[in-house]
Design a protein around this ligand. Structure first.
Ligand SMILES: [Mg+2]
Length: 458
């Protein structure tokens, strides 16, 4: 490292050159200098570890399946602003063409892509009225202060700040309106204000579209907190037997194992773990020897009983969302654990540890701790997580990072973690996952079954 702050180009190149052989070039938004950031990436680690200390992992797509709700909300946004709510008018987002651009990045990037890709179908009047509805809903019904702040800024910059001075608006701020009252008020505001809204740049269109997306997403999350999870799942999901939010296969056993909670009873879960591997990767044709899997589970379980790993969840979702999502995930995990073939005493201890995400994780990092311009693929959220786990760079080789998306895998390596594992699922199958040292479509179960959880057995 140079011993001075200001260096010339040659000195800067030399300094950069000493950091890595591989770099990520990450584009910044148009209003940021410079146009891109250059990140030296940690060298990929393929060998098993002498010892492990921590696991850092993504939420959406790695721990849970909320991507379906996000994608639904993005599609809803495009439907609204192009007046194509009906599936007969528009089949919806294209899996091959659109999905690689709308999963794993920041919300702004996802929406920017869609506004660009579907620009010819946008009807400005629909965009105006959809924005007014989304803004009023967010301010009167929404629960997230950060969102309220952003929406207020947008209302002002789009020229309809008088909505905030309407007597009814002030009254509803004190006493939330019923659905009917809200709809009547929104209708009146659209008639009065929509023609005042002018979009002077594509950035303003993106910002309004982001508000429409978040309104739908948060309306669904709000429904979950009100106990409507099952009803919403039936409405929104293609597979009617699924929970709206549920852990991905293998997550429960993996987390209990690395926390040293399974003891010698880990062997009882061998068949279930194999089953979850196939559930996560139905195309897999591998065969596992159950006796060998049991032996492996026993060794790993005894090891993690002696030295449990620290675990952090790292998400580009904001805190309000992550809180609801993970609360739901741990509820479903608890119901799974209740069915495990282990002793009642052990079950009691595990259920206590899994009573909520706050009691389980050692680190919990959301977008609310950073800024939209510094989310994945930038390294910041993972760097914050490593710091929260009290890990210094000389211990980063003892960390495993799990992500399901291109930007997530880059963020892990940009944060200095070389043992980076991609756990792609259907919706991120089109992503470039070259940044990962391992690609494990069988998810966390595959890491145990095929990679020994990267532990070197003597
Ligand atoms: Mg993800």
């Amino acid at each position: 490292m140079p011993d001075k702050i200001f260096v010339n180009k040659t000195e800067a190149s030399l300094a950069l050159n000493s950091l890595s052989d591989e770099f990520a070039v990450i584009k910044n938004p148009s209003y940021v200098h410079p146009p891109f950031e250059l990140y030296p990436l940690a060298k990929k680690i393929f060998d098993p570890a002498d010892s492990l200390e921590a696991v850092v992992m993504d939420m959406d797509g790695t721990t849970t399946t909320t991507e379906e709700i996000c994608i639904h909300s993005l599609e809803y946004m495009i439907r609204k602003i192009s007046a194509r709510m009906d599936k007969k008018k528009w089949a919806g987002l294209d899996h091959a063409k659109d999905y690689p651009h709308i999963i794993g990045n920041s919300t702004t990037k996802h929406v920017e892509y869609l506004i660009n890709a579907y620009s010819s179908s946008i009807i400005i009047d629909e965009l105006r009225s959809s924005f007014i509805f989304a803004a009023i809903w967010t301010l009167l019904i929404g629960q997230d202060e950060g969102r309220k702040h952003d929406v207020t800024d947008n209302i002002i910059s789009l020229g309809c700040k008088d909505i905030l001075n309407e007597n009814k608006f002030k009254k509803f701020l004190l006493n939330a309106p019923s659905d009917d009252e809200l709809n009547i008020f929104v209708k009146a505001c659209i008639a009065k204000y929509s023609q005042h809204i002018s979009f002077n740049s594509s950035e303003q269109i993106v910002r309004a579209a982001i508000d429409i997306y978040y309104q739908r997403y948060h309306e669904i999350l709000f429904g979950i907190t009100k106990g409507n999870s099952n009803k919403l799942a039936k409405e929104l999901l293609a597979d009617k037997t699924k929970h709206l939010i549920e852990p991905l296969p293998g997550v429960g056993i993996f987390l209990a194992l690395i926390k040293g909670l399974l003891g010698d009873e880990a062997v009882n879960l061998a068949d279930l773990l194999i089953k979850q591997y196939y559930l996560k990767n139905p195309a897999a044709s591998d065969k596992f020897n159950v006796t060998a899997v049991k032996k492996k589970l026993l060794r790993l379980s005894r090891l993690f009983l002696r030295s449990p790993l620290k675990v952090a969840v790292v998400t580009s979702s904001i805190q309000y969302e992550a809180d609801i999502v993970l609360t739901e995930v741990f509820k479903v995990l608890q119901s799974e654990i209740k069915k495990w073939d282990i002793s009642p005493e052990r079950k009691k201890v595990i259920l206590k540890k899994f009573s909520g995400y706050k009691t389980f994780y050692d680190g919990f990092v959301t977008a609310s701790e950073s800024n939209e311009i510094r989310l994945k693929p930038h390294r910041d959220l993972y760097s914050i997580a490593l710091h929260k786990l009290s890990l210094q760079p000389d211990a980063f080789h003892k960390v495993i990072g799990f992500e399901d998306s291109e930007s997530g895998t880059i963020a892990i390596r940009a944060a200095g973690i070389g043992r980076c594992v991609a756990v792609p699922f259907a919706q991120t199958s089109g992503h470039n996952l070259d940044a990962a040292a391992f690609n494990a479509p069988g998810g966390l179960a595959e890491i145990v079954l095929k990679h020994n959880l990267f532990v070197k057995f003597s």
